[in-house]
Write a protein that binds this ligand. Structure first.
Ligand SMILES: Nc1ncnc2c1ncn2[C@@H]1O[C@H](COP(=O)(O)OP(=O)(O)OP(=O)(O)O)[C@@H](O)[C@H]1O
Length: 241
């Protein structure tokens, strides 16, 4: 179980997260959503240890991990798939999946993960993780590596970004399958209703605060009433209840 207690974070004199209290229970599929700039990615980075909160505590299974490094958190079971996946020069797709799995994977086993994310394995397994891969290909490879890691808590920041419409349905299937297989919690940042559809719990982050937590049916009806912070966008007036 992951627990955030009174987590706050500021940067450049701006309060980005304000007193966040949140519990992610074991084996739950949680989707974090909310308006752009609300603080979702910052919160995910704080959970992964990429950024340190100014105050508050992060507990993993009751243990205080607030001061733990990214590596220590990763070793204790927190994986993070970035909004913009990282490219590794000189490392092949097979190397990356094998590294992620933490064991000596056969080519066939590594290919299996690629097929799961809709890539024709033989075309990708020996390719280098570099600029020749498209954004969507890179994103799928990253999802495959996270599947291979099977950690206690997997964080995804907008996994749908760069995935084409035809593959989107498959992505949903991948997440459902992953949820059934990895025996860990999945926390996904997403703006997609079809991803919200498969969530056990939806968390809305708005203006740096947790504005709602519940099932999709509990949360969605009020979602468009959340305070956007600014009621005007490119000259259009939003009706904010
Ligand atoms: N290091 C930083 N310095 C200054 N401002 C920052 C910093 N990091 C984040 N912010 C600001 O904090 C706010 C929250 O950013 P964050 O990326 O967490 O939002 P988000 O909810 O993930 O947004 P989106 O849905 O657009 O991805 C934004 O206004 C962003 O510009």
């Amino acid at each position: 179980m992951l627990e955030l207690k009174n987590v706050s974070f500021s940067a450049d004199g701006k309060e980005i997260l304000k007193n966040i209290n949140l519990v992610i229970e074991d084996e739950k599929f949680v989707v974090m959503t909310g308006p752009n700039g609300g603080g979702k990615s910052t919160l995910a980075k704080i959970i992964a240890g990429i950024q340190k909160p100014d105050s508050g505590q992060i507990l993993l299974d009751g243990q205080d991990i607030t001061d733990w490094s990214i590596t220590k958190r990763a070793n204790s079971g927190i994986s993070f798939a970035f909004q913009q996946p990282v490219r590794f020069k000189g490392v092949t797709v097979k190397d990356l999946i094998t590294l992620a799995s933490g064991k000596d994977l056969s080519t066939a086993a590594a290919c299996e993960y690629l097929s799961e994310v809709g890539l024709c394995a033989k075309d990708y397994i020996d390719r280098e993780i570099n600029g020749s891969l498209s954004g969507g290909e890179l994103k799928r490879i990253e999802i495959a590596t996270v599947m291979a890691r099977k950690t206690k808590l997997t964080l995804f920041d907008e996994p749908e970004a760069g995935i084409d419409l035809w593959s989107f349905k498959n992505l949903i299937d991948v997440f459902e399958k992953m949820h059934g297989e990895i025996k860990g919690s999945i926390l996904i940042i997403s703006h997609q209703e079809r991803i919200l559809d498969i969530a056990d719990q939806v968390v809305v982050i708005s203006g740096g605060e947790v504005s709602k937590v519940g099932t999709k049916d509990e949360v969605l009806p009020g979602l468009f009433g959340v305070d956007l912070g600014c009621k005007y966008f490119k000259g259009v007036s939003y009706h904010v209840e």
